[in-house]
Design a protein around this ligand. Structure first.
Ligand SMILES: NC(=O)c1ccc[n+]([C@@H]2O[C@H](COP(=O)([O-])OP(=O)(O)OC[C@H]3O[C@@H](n4cnc5c(N)ncnc54)[C@H](OP(=O)(O)O)[C@@H]3O)[C@@H](O)[C@H]2O)c1
Length: 254
């Protein structure tokens, strides 16, 4: 079997109802994995799972709110009952609020941190418990951001959550290596999706693009190489690392 094959693997993708998570789910399905798409918007998940099935893949949808530990445990149990042991977790659910730090309320802060950091931890823990109970190896891929390493205005809560997630990745890798569980992260730069397309077409957005060394935004498919490396056996000796995929944005000059 080629190193990058995901045949017979089960992948659980959170935040798969839109954007990057939906793209990751389709990429993993095309590589042969059976994919469980999880998020809160069930109608979108159903439609995406059906689309993957019509394209020849195997997919199911499962409701999940990463704020709620019971919802996480129920989703992991349902995926395992339906598809078998989970091999790959793409821990992708996330929210961002853009607000000056001086105006950021405790509710704003908690909303972002509870989803992006606490939620990611609880999902990783639930999948790791599932794997340890079965003596089954696995690969956890956390979706961080270049804001884990560099600053950006109005993103104090978001950047702190992603810096926390990048460090959490290393700590979990250390604890779970003994169980055959690899934990890595991808830190995407600015990736063009439906949500930000109009901003990047504006003069302010074009100014941002000029600061990216490759002078372009990323496309979701630019993340596929890192995703496949970490998901497959090709990355078998990698754990605790965060791979930046950003057209060189974090190495742009001060
Ligand atoms: N796009 C970029 O340029 C970029 C760059 C760096 C990092 N990222 C990261 O990539 C990830 C995906 O972002 P995106 O750009 O694809 O944004 P998006 O389209 O808004 O997707 C976010 C996903 O997270 C899910 N989600 C939010 N809150 C949730 C909750 N409480 N429980 C379960 N799922 C929840 C949403 O699904 P529901 O609303 O249906 O629950 C949605 O599927 C995020 O972690 C983001 O921080 C994005």
């Amino acid at each position: 079997m080629p190193q990058h094959s995901l045949d017979h693997k089960v992948a659980f993708v959170t935040g798969a109802s839109s954007g990057l998570g939906l793209h990751f789910a389709k990429t993993l399905a095309r590589a042969g994995a059976r994919v469980a798409l999880a998020a809160r918007r069930k109608d979108r998940l159903h439609a995406a799972a059906r689309e993957i099935g019509e394209a020849g893949g195997h997919a199911m949808s499962v409701a999940l709110d990463v704020i709620d530990p019971e919802s996480i445990d129920a989703a992991v149990a349902r995926v395992a009952d339906t598809m078998g042991p989970i091999d790959i977790l793409v821990n992708n659910s996330g929210v961002a609020t853009a607000k000056p730090a001086l105006e950021t309320t405790p509710e704003d802060w908690d909303g972002v941190l509870d989803t992006n950091l606490r939620g990611a931890f609880l999902v990783a823990r639930a999948v790791a418990r599932h794997l340890v109970d079965r003596g089954h190896p696995g690969s956890i891929i956390n979706i961080a951001s270049v804001t884990a390493f560099r600053t950006a205005g109005q993103l104090s809560a978001y950047a702190a959550s992603k810096a926390g997630l990048a460090h959490l990745t290393s700590v979990l890798a250390l604890e779970w290596a003994r169980y055959g569980i690899r934990v890595n992260a991808i830190a995407p730069g600015y990736i063009e999706t439906d949500i930000n397309r109009s901003f990047f077409a504006s003069p302010a957005g074009e100014a941002v693009i000029r600061r990216i060394p490759q002078r372009r935004l990323g496309k979701p498919e630019d993340l596929d190489g890192a995703l496949m490396l970490l998901a497959s056996d090709a990355g078998r000796y990698m754990t605790g690392t965060t791979i930046t995929v950003d057209g060189g944005h974090v190495v742009s000059p001060l």
